[in-house]
Design a protein. Structure first.
Length: 194
């Protein structure tokens, strides 16, 4: 892997462990000579990982919609900033540039981005590893929801297994390296069993 998309919050959260893990991930990826593509912000989790990678002289590319490109929000110290017209263009550009995805703790925007790539993976449009760095068990309720979707017949187990989740950075990266995209139909049973 040469470039990984990072989906994460523009907020830092209430616990210091979130920013600490974002910085640790940045340091780890830098040592592996992997660049990141991210939302282009200088605050929160985005700023934490970007700054850690810049300190290590790693490549950091931001992709930011024009309406968010404000001096108070935009990270001006990164390797390159790409401006898009809208959020949809941002996602398409990121998708074309990366070899995989890592979601860190965040809010609605983070969930929107990672859910879209999971959906594209289920449809076999994307076939790249999609990982969740589960800092402080942040994603446990979401993973429980995915498991419920399988249990209730709304998601195939093979598609649920596309979700790579781990609290340890090195183990998560190994899972991404070993990832094999599932070869299953995108459709779940369309007729309920009687």
């Amino acid at each position: 892997m040469k470039k990984i998309a990072i989906f994460c919050g523009a907020s830092i959260g209430f616990k210091s462990i979130y920013a600490e893990q974002a910085r640790a991930l940045g340091a780890f990826l830098s040592k592996k000579n992997i660049g990141i593509i991210f939302g282009g912000g200088k605050f929160g989790m985005m700023g934490a990982i970007a700054d850690a990678m810049l300190e290590a002289k790693a490549e950091v590319i931001g992709v930011i919609p024009d309406f968010l490109k404000l001096e108070e929000i935009e990270h001006t110290g990164i390797t390159k900033m790409i401006t898009t017209e809208n959020m949809s263009d941002r996602k398409m550009i990121i998708s074309k540039m990366v070899d995989g995805y890592i979601a860190l703790p965040g809010g609605f925007g983070t969930l929107d981005e990672v859910m879209e790539v999971l959906t594209l993976g289920q449809l076999h449009i994307e076939q790249k590893p999609i990982a969740f760095l589960n800092t402080n068990g942040f994603f446990n309720p979401l993973i429980a929801q995915f498991d419920l979707m399988v249990q209730e017949g709304f998601l195939k187990k093979e598609n649920r297994d596309m979700v790579l989740i781990q609290e340890d950075i090195e183990m998560l990266y190994k899972m991404m390296e070993d990832y094999q995209h599932p070869k299953v139909s995108k459709l779940v049973n369309t007729v309920a069993s009687k």
